[in-house]
Ligand binder design. Structure first.
Ligand code: DAT
Ligand code: MG
Length: 147
């Protein structure tokens, strides 16, 4: 089963949107494999956003992601990476359609509430950055055959 890394960034935690974000993933039928609250270090943020190093928004992005608590999660299911990105919506909250998390709860580009891995390869690398193997739990959902 495919896994993806989902982060509720500091804006989502401060705005008390952790519950509604988790609810969307549960409603979609994905299975929670890992969950923790993290005060992200500068070193972890630099690794997570390494692909954006050198871009004009990089310093501000690192400042933002380390500014408060982040909820780190691993969700799994069929096509979990792409399905999660669809739940998130486009990067810019002002352009994200209603029904998506970014479309329903924000107007900002930077403070767009949620991170989702953009490929299965990046998901595996990001999960390894944020979680130790023993922090992930494998189990069978009773409704798996229906979803
Ligand atoms: P996504 O999070 O949709 O995968 P991304 O990987 O291109 O988007 O960028 C990572 C984060 O950086 C994004 O969630 C918000 C921020 N960001 C991207 N483009 C930006 C911009 N032009 N100005 C400010 N922040 C930006
Ligand atoms: Mg991205």
């Amino acid at each position: 089963m495919q896994q993806t890394l989902i982060l509720v960034k500091p804006d989502g935690v401060h705005r008390r949107l952790v519950g509604v974000i988790i609810e969307r993933f549960e409603q979609k039928g994905m299975r929670l494999a890992g969950l923790k609250l993290v005060q992200t270090s500068r070193a972890l943020a630099e690794k997570h956003y390494a692909v954006h190093k050198g871009k004009p928004f990089y310093d501000s992005l690192l400042q933002f992601i380390t500014s408060g608590p982040t909820v780190a999660m691993v969700w799994e299911g069929r096509e979990a990476v792409a399905a999660a990105r669809t739940l998130l919506g486009p990067t810019d909250g002002a352009k994200a359609p209603p029904g998506t998390l970014r479309g329903d709860f924000g107007l900002s580009v930077q403070n767009n509430l949620v991170h989702g891995s953009d490929s299965p390869e990046n998901a595996a690398a990001e999960i390894a950055l944020w979680f130790r193997p023993d922090e992930l739990v494998s189990y069978a959902s009773n409704d798996a055959s229906w979803i």
